[in-house]
Design a protein around this ligand. Structure first.
Ligand SMILES: [Zn+2]
Length: 185
C-alpha cells in the first residue's frame, strides 16, 4: 500500500486540512521520513499556500478551526505552523501538542534553508567547497574511461548536496568522488 493510499484511508479521501476532495496529494511534514505518519493528505490549494507564504489567504485557513483537532500528529503540526503563520494566538493557545509533537512543529524554521549536508573525508574531517583533497585509493571512473589514481590531489572541490559525495576535476574531467576515498589535503 502506497503512502498515498494509507493517507486516503486515514482521511477518508479528503484534504486533512480543509476537507477538499479534489487534487489531493501527499505532503511531507518536514522534517519527514516520508512515511504516512509524517505526511498528510492535502489539496493543491493548501499545499500552494503552505509552500508560498505570500499566497496565504486567511479565509481559506478558517478550516483550521476544525482540522486543528485532528488526532494525527502530522496534521496537528501543519495546523500549528499555519496558525502561527496567521498569527492566530487564540487558537494556538487552545492547541495542545504532545511534547514530541511540539518539537516537530517547531522544527520548521530549519527547513526553510536548504538542508545542509555535511560531507566528511575518510578521517571524518568535514569537507567544504574549495577544499583540496587527496585520493587515497585508485578509483575507476565509470563513464569517463580512466582511473583516478591514488595520491592525486583534487583542488577546489565542489559540494553537490549529496551526502558522501563531492565533485572535482581529475584529468580535466569533472567527476563525482565518494568522500570516503578522500583525505583533506
Ligand atoms: Zn486543503
Amino acid at each position: 500500500m502506497s503512502v498515498k493510499d494509507e493517507l486516503i484511508a486515514r482521511s477518508n479521501g479528503v484534504c486533512e486540512l480543509c476537507s477538499a476532495t479534489e487534487e489531493l496529494s501527499v505532503y511531507e511534514v518536514s522534517p519527514s521520513d516520508g512515511s504516512a505518519a509524517q505526511s498528510i493528505l492535502a489539496c493543491s490549494t493548501c499545499i500552494e499556500q503552505i509552500e508560498d507564504p505570500k499566497k496565504m489567504d486567511s479565509r481559506h485557513w478558517k478550516c483550521l478551526n476544525d482540522s486543528m483537532w485532528n488526532q494525527e500528529p502530522a496534521v496537528q503540526v501543519m495546523a500549528y505552523r499555519m496558525l502561527k503563520r496567521l498569527g492566530e494566538q487564540d487558537l494556538l493557545s487552545m492547541l495542545y501538542l504532545e511534547p514530541e509533537v511540539q518539537v516537530w512543529a517547531d522544527a520548521e524554521a530549519n527547513d526553510d534553508e536548504e538542508q545542509a549536508v555535511t560531507v566528511r573525508d575518510s578521517n571524518g574531517t568535514t569537507l567544504e567547497a574549495g577544499d583540496s583533497v587527496t585520493i587515497i585509493k585508485d578509483l575507476e571512473v565509470k563513464g569517463a574511461g580512466f582511473t583516478a589514481k591514488r595520491g592525486t590531489v583534487v583542488k577546489n572541490i565542489a559540494l553537490n548536496g549529496i551526502e558522501g559525495q563531492i565533485e572535482g576535476r581529475v584529468n580535466g574531467t569533472r567527476i563525482v568522488l565518494l568522500s570516503k576515498f578522500l583525505k583533506k589535503a
